[in-house]
Structure formats: C-alpha cells, structure tokens
Design a protein around this ligand. Structure first.
Ligand SMILES: [Fe+2]
Ligand SMILES: [Fe+2]
Length: 188
C-alpha cells in the first residue's frame, strides 16, 4: 500500500463508523484479490475499494445537503432511493477531498452500488467486492457468487444484480433502473 493510501485509510477510520470501516477494508482486500486474478491494476483496486463508501461519512440527510452544496445533480431514482446517493457523493469526495484524479477509480466508486452496462474490469471488481467481502453475511446468493467470481466475474455480476433486483421486489421496495440495466446487460 502506498503512503497516500495509508493516510486515506487513517482518515476514513476516523470518519466512518466501526462496522463501515471494517467493511471498507474487506472490500479493499477483496478487490486486490480480484485484481490479482483478473490482472487488473492492484493500486487502483485498493484505492477504489478503500474509497468506495467514503460518501457514507454522514447520515443521508447530510449527504443530500452535501450534494446540494457541491452542485452534484441527483437523478429521480437517487432521490427516491437515498441509499444510492453515497456512491455519487463518494466519487466527488474521492476526487476533491482525497485528491484522486483517475477517472477509472472515480467511475468504480460512482457505479459500485448499481453497476452499469459495459463496466470496466475495475468497476466490476469493486461492484462485486462490495457484495462478497468477508464481513458480509445473509446476502441473497452470497455463497454461490463467492464460488464463481474467481472463475467468471461477468456471471458473478449478473447473479448479484439479479439477486438484488429479486430481493428488492420481494421486499416490496422499488428497484432502480440502473440495477435492472446491469442485470439485463450481463444476462446476455
Ligand atoms: Fe456503498
Ligand atoms: Fe460498500
């Protein structure tokens, strides 16, 4: 880990709740393992994994205020489903507070919750690392996805998007259009 990454890690330890920070570290190392497997850039995977939830530094209503303050435009589904907001806010903070200029890393943070059609390898790695990191439990399809992700990451992305859509529908929650698009893209 570079010195800068270690500094960011220290800052996040102060800003995130304990459980969120543990999850963050889990995502960071899971992303590094996936980067090894798929020959992606290790530093980028560590950086994106570390920062993916930096937008969760405060409660949702404060996240909304920060979006307004920084002029971050939110879509209707983000306003309807505030759990999505931290991804876009996180990407902004990664760039402007943590000094990350790499577009691929920033995109991986932006799309870590919903995915999107045609993701880069780094985007897929962060999307799936968020789903399967070791502290996760009780998530639909978790063991199955952990079992295939090191052989077929596209299939793992498809399964996790499908499980997310199915879970949200079963719970009577609304499903964001981007997660549905991710599922439809990776189903093929
Ligand atoms: Fe997240
Ligand atoms: Fe996360």
């Amino acid at each position: 880990m570079t010195e800068r990454l270690a500094e960011i890690r220290k800052e996040l330890k102060k800003k995130l709740k304990k459980e969120r920070f543990e999850h963050t570290v889990g995502v960071m190392y899971t992303a590094a393992s996936l980067a090894m497997c798929y020959k992606a850039d290790m530093q980028k995977a560590l950086t994106a994994g570390l920062l993916h939830d930096c937008g969760k530094c405060c409660p949702v209503k404060d996240q909304l205020m920060l979006c307004e303050k920084y002029g971050i435009e939110l879509t209707k589904s983000e306003l309807d489903m505030p759990a999505l907001i931290h991804a876009k806010l996180g990407s902004y903070l990664a760039e402007h507070e943590y000094g990350i200029k790499d577009r691929e890393i920033l995109d991986a943070v932006t799309y870590h919750t919903t995915g999107r059609p045609g993701m880069s390898m780094l985007e897929k790695i962060i999307y799936i690392a968020d789903y399967i990191e070791p502290n996760r439990r009780g998530i639909p399809g978790l063991e199955e996805i952990r079992g295939i992700v090191f052989r077929d990451i596209d299939k793992a992305v498809c399964l996790s998007a499908e499980r997310t859509v199915r879970y949200l529908r079963n719970e009577g929650n609304s499903v964001d259009a981007m997660t549905v698009s991710t599922y439809e893209f990776y189903r093929k």
